[in-house]
Each structure stands twice: as C-alpha cells, then as structure tokens.
Design a protein around this ligand. Structure first.
Ligand SMILES: [Zn+2]
Length: 389
C-alpha cells in the first residue's frame, strides 16, 4: 500500500503539473514559476519522507481540473483506507474549497469529508456535512443513513426521529427499520418507568414504520405482562413467531408463562407443536416433550425425542435426553454417570455463544438489539445447527 501511495502522488503531481502548465497563459511566466516551485518543494518533501508537508505543497500546486478530480478522490480514499484520516481530511477539505468544481463533485467532496469526520469519531462535524446533503439526489439517502448511524452512536434517539419525514419519503426499508428501533429505544425508557400509554403509543409507531420489528412486539408483550394483560401478551408472542422464526426460541418460556396465567396451556402446546413441526428447533422440541410426557407418558416422550434427535441432532436436545434418562433410571450408579455426562455437556454449551449476528457473524453469549460489531438492529439471534437451536 505504501508503494501505491508513493506511486500515486508523483503521478498525480506530474499530471497536475502538465494540466497546470497548459492552463497558465504563455506570457504568465511568474505564475508558472510559482507553481513549479511548489511542485519541486512538494516533491522534495515527499522524497525526504515528510509526507504531511509534501501533501500541503502538492495540493496547493495541483490544479483541481475536471479530469483530475477523480485522482484526488482516489488519493484521499487511499489515505482513509490506510487509517490516515488527517491526510484524507486534508485532501477532501481542499476539494470542498474549490469554487469552480461542478455541483456533483462538490457534493461528493462534502460527503467524503463527512465520512472522514465520521470515521474519526467527530460526529458533530460529520453531522454538519451530511445535513448539507439531505436534499441531494445522489447523496441524500446515503447521508440520511450516516446521520442515523451518528444518532445511534450518540444515543440521540429524538434527533433521529426528527428526520422521520425524510425517511418515510425514501421508503428505504433499512432506514425505516432503524427508525422503528429508535422508537423502541424510547419505549424501553418509558417501560422502565412503567408508563403504559406512552409505551403503547411509541411501539405502535415503531410497528407502523416497520411491521416486522419483533423488538416492538417483544416490548409490547413486556408491558402487557406487567399489567396482567396476558391475552395481549400472548398475541404479541405469536406475532414474533410470524415475524421472525429464528428469534422465537428466546420468548418460548415467557409465552408459556402467559398462557399458564390464562389457564390455556393446551392452546399453548398446540402452538408449540406447530412451531416444532415448522422449524425443528431444539427449544420447541424440549417444550413439546413436556406436554407429550404429561399427556401420553414417559415412554412416548422418550420415543419422540429419539426420533427427533435422529432426524435433527442438536447438543441441547441430547442434553435433555440425558436428563430424561436420569429421571427414569432407578439405579444410583447409572444416575451418577449420566449426571456427569449432563454436566459436561452443560459446561460445553456454556462455552458456546448463544447468539450470532446474521449480518456480520459476530458471536455473543449476551443478547443485544444492535450488533456491537456491525451495529445492525435486531440481527443477533439464537445460533442454529448442532450447537444451537
Ligand atoms: Zn453484526
């Protein structure tokens, strides 16, 4: 990469010098001379490895013509990719200062400058840049996306929501999904204060902007449960299943609690049977087994799990099978052995992350609504496969 930089700078410099020479009128020798001095000083600094001083001189000497704008952007992007943000900033700021640039190039320069500030964590300055571009045809949507990322980092949910109209206008699914999560953040605060009406209003808005926000239904279920409105809570849990089958294992116990409060467990197990048949998930299997055992006895339950594990083996399911064997074993020695196996499996599963981000693959034992790695909302879901669901 370093070689590329050293290649790019002299090439750009030579090109700029050529363009500059042609554009300087033949009789304007003094201007030409001044440019040559800046080029040679810049080159000297570059050769003596004083890159910052070299950039200053070369930028001043390099005439930003239509044909060389791309070279400037390429050079700045190269700096940014190398993590040399101060240098990228210098080039982009230089481009922004060029009064004669066409509007599209100028907007690109402002956008790139915003990205530099964002990468450097200078969010207020990045915000100023992106706000300038909100009406831009080419950069409006991208800038809005960056603004929402800034407000997510600064936890300024209300400011994000203030861009609601612009977001709705874009009809962009990702932005609407982000907006819904901003409402969920406010609802979480209102839930902590047990402000029933506010929570419901905020979450209804969240679901208006993103009907697939299972987080909104998860929060709704909490507030209904807190207020003993179990019917409504059960409906929210059912909606979560239809919204996101992969997230559902996380609410399976809470849902059971609500149905048992209503004394309608049969209905619950009817639903869980459907979940197991459709997903084959380990949590649904374990839940459903308790129902089979209660209704048809231990033997039937054992037959069911053996068949299920043959069809779709999971360590979680196997752990449950060992637990069932222990409860059914009359011999003390056998129970002790099985207990040891069960403990070993439990220790193994504890080492494994329960959640994985469907966007970037980040793994975690704790659940986060926004992925700590890629910052996408609602993408951390229970792990699938042999070591998961
Ligand atoms: Zn992620």
């Amino acid at each position: 990469m370093l070689e590329l930089l050293f290649l790019l700078l002299p090439v750009a410099m030579g090109y700029g010098w050529f363009m500059g020479r042609n554009s300087v009128k033949q009789n304007d020798h003094s201007a030409q001379q001044a440019l040559s001095i800046k080029y040679s000083t810049g080159l000297n600094y570059l050769l003596s490895n004083q890159q910052d001083k070299a950039i200053d001189y070369l930028l001043e000497a390099l005439k930003v013509e239509d044909d060389s704008v791309e070279a400037h952007f390429a050079m700045a992007n190269l700096f940014r990719r190398r993590g040399e943000l101060d240098r990228a900033l210098k080039v982009h700021e230089h481009l922004v200062r060029q009064k004669h640039l066409p509007s599209k190039d100028k907007q690109q320069a402002v956008y790139e400058l915003g990205k530099d500030f964002f990468s450097a964590g200078l969010y207020d300055r990045a915000e100023t840049m992106f706000e300038k571009l909100l009406k831009s045809k080419h950069y409006g949507l991208k800038s809005l996306d960056y603004l929402m990322r800034i407000y997510q980092s600064t936890k300024d949910w209300t400011k994000g929501i203030s861009h609601k109209k612009a977001i709705i206008k874009t009809k962009d699914k990702k932005l609407l999904h982000n907006l819904a999560n901003f409402y969920c953040e406010l609802a979480t605060k209102a839930l902590e204060e047990d402000n029933f009406i506010e929570v419901i209003e905020l979450l209804e808005l969240a679901l208006t902007y993103d009907a697939n926000s299972c987080r909104a239904n998860w929060l709704l279920a909490q507030i209904y449960e807190n207020h003993q409105q179990y019917n409504e809570a059960c409906k929210c849990y059912q909606d979560i299943y239809h919204q996101d089958k992969e997230f559902f294992p996380d609410v399976i116990d809470k849902m059971h609690h609500c149905y048992s409060q209503l004394d309608t467990e049969d209905e619950y197990f009817k639903f869980i049977k459907k979940v197991y048949e459709e997903t084959g998930g380990a949590s649904a299997l374990i839940k459903y087994l308790s129902h089979i055992e209660k209704k048809f006895g231990k033997e039937k339950s054992k037959e069911f799990i053996l068949l299920a594990l043959k069809k779709r083996p999971t360590i979680k399911g196997f752990k449950h099978f060992i637990k069932m064997q222990m409860l059914n074993s009359p011999e003390q020695d056998n129970t002790e052995n099985l207990d040891m196996i069960k403990e070993l499996i439990a220790a193994y599963l504890n080492l494994k992350p329960r959640y994985s981000c469907r966007t970037c693959g980040f793994n975690s034992s704790k659940h986060y609504w926004a992925c700590p790695s890629c910052h996408d909302w609602e993408q951390l879901k229970p792990v699938r496969g042999l070591e998961g669901e």
